[in-house]
Design a protein around this ligand. Structure first.
Ligand code: BMA
Length: 322
């Protein structure tokens, strides 16, 4: 469905969904919510969440030279839950975000471990998406939607994440925490708050892909969860964080910019969901490709012009938030 009144910033690929469980080299219920990165050889790597028929998820890598077609998918799970050594992974590992960390010469993968006490944030490092060094759990439950910034701030690593609060706020906001060893985190601050009432991003928001560095600030693509009588609606919005003090949000869009409208986004295990965990920035073309889970069932891709996103953020009647 086209929406002529709104300027569409993200353009879906006509071949969407680009990956489904049918494409998988081994039996899977669904493949969705992939982390994404551009490898040094120019290939796009997706680290997909793969859910089996027990309901437990693991992660599997898929590689493609154009980021859309001819995916080479690992023939076996790439990263399995390891509950013997990491009991918090007992009910699976989900929704990975990938950050290339130049200083470490490795990729940092933050993912959700589904523990018996609820979801929490875990971290692993890899250089090749074949061998992984797990740091284990880095945030207690309930916490998810985490991604590492690629560089330190005043000597400290920064991690965006989304703890959920119960009484009295019942709110899930995006927080930022700092660490000098990637394991022990503190100096927590709220970066972006869920709004209230009828807003599309009321009560529950979360980071989607890792923050994207631009000359004007860190671009944040976040999801807002609107609770409706027929289920939750997951949509995306934009914000910009200060380059040096990323706890400070400079700009935040009022309107959502991407939401579930297509049949593959509305029908599936969980309809009404677009959920990107990865974005690939092509500086030469000035574009951003977001890879998203559609209806918790398949993987799709949409492209935006990065300058358009920043222009929209600055001009679309937003308010300065600080
Ligand atoms: C969120 C996460 C995502 C999922 C979404 C919709 O809480 O668990 O993995 O895609 O719900 O079901």
């Amino acid at each position: 469905m086209t929406r002529p009144h709104f300027r569409e910033l993200f353009h879906r690929h006509p071949d969407n969904p680009i990956l489904t469980a049918i494409d998988w080299p081994y039996p899977a219920n669904s493949v969705f919510n992939p982390g994404a990165t551009l490898l040094q050889n120019g290939e796009t790597l997706l680290l997909a969440r793969v859910e089996d028929r027990r309901g437990i998820s693991h992660l599997t890598a898929a590689r493609s030279s154009d980021g859309v077609t001819n995916w080479r998918i690992d023939s076996q799970p790439t990263l399995m839950p390891d509950p013997e050594k990491y009991p918090e992974e007992i009910w699976g590992i989900e929704d990975p975000r990938i950050t290339w960390v130049e200083e470490l010469g490795r990729y940092a993968i933050t993912y959700t471990s589904y523990s018996t006490s609820g979801p929490l944030v875990s971290l692993a490092l890899t250089s090749d998406f074949a061998a992984f060094e797990r740091a284990g759990s880095v945030m207690p439950p309930e916490d998810k939607d985490a991604a590492l910034f690629p560089k330190r701030f005043n000597g400290f690593w920064g991690l965006l994440h989304r703890p959920s609060a119960n009484y009295p706020s019942n709110k899930a906001n995006i927080w930022l925490s700092f660490s000098d060893d990637l394991k022990h985190w503190g100096d927590h601050c709220v970066t972006l708050e869920a709004r209230r009432g009828a807003w599309w991003d009321a009560n529950k928001i979360g980071l989607s892909p890792p923050p994207i560095e631009t000359p004007e600030g860190w671009l944040i693509i976040y999801h807002g969860v609107r609770s409706t009588p027929s289920g939750a609606l997951y949509r995306l919005g934009l914000a910009l964080l200060d380059l040096d003090s990323p706890c400070r949000a400079l700009w935040r869009g009022d309107e959502w910019v991407f939401g579930p409208t297509q049949p593959y986004e509305q029908i599936g295990d969980v309809g009404g969901v677009v959920f990107p965990c990865g974005a690939v920035h092509d500086p030469a073309a000035g574009t951003l490709r977001i890879y998203y889970g559609a209806a918790d069932s398949s993987i799709a891709v949409a492209t935006a012009n990065l300058a358009d996103l920043l222009d929209w953020l600055k001009s679309a009647k937003e308010h300065r938030v600080s």
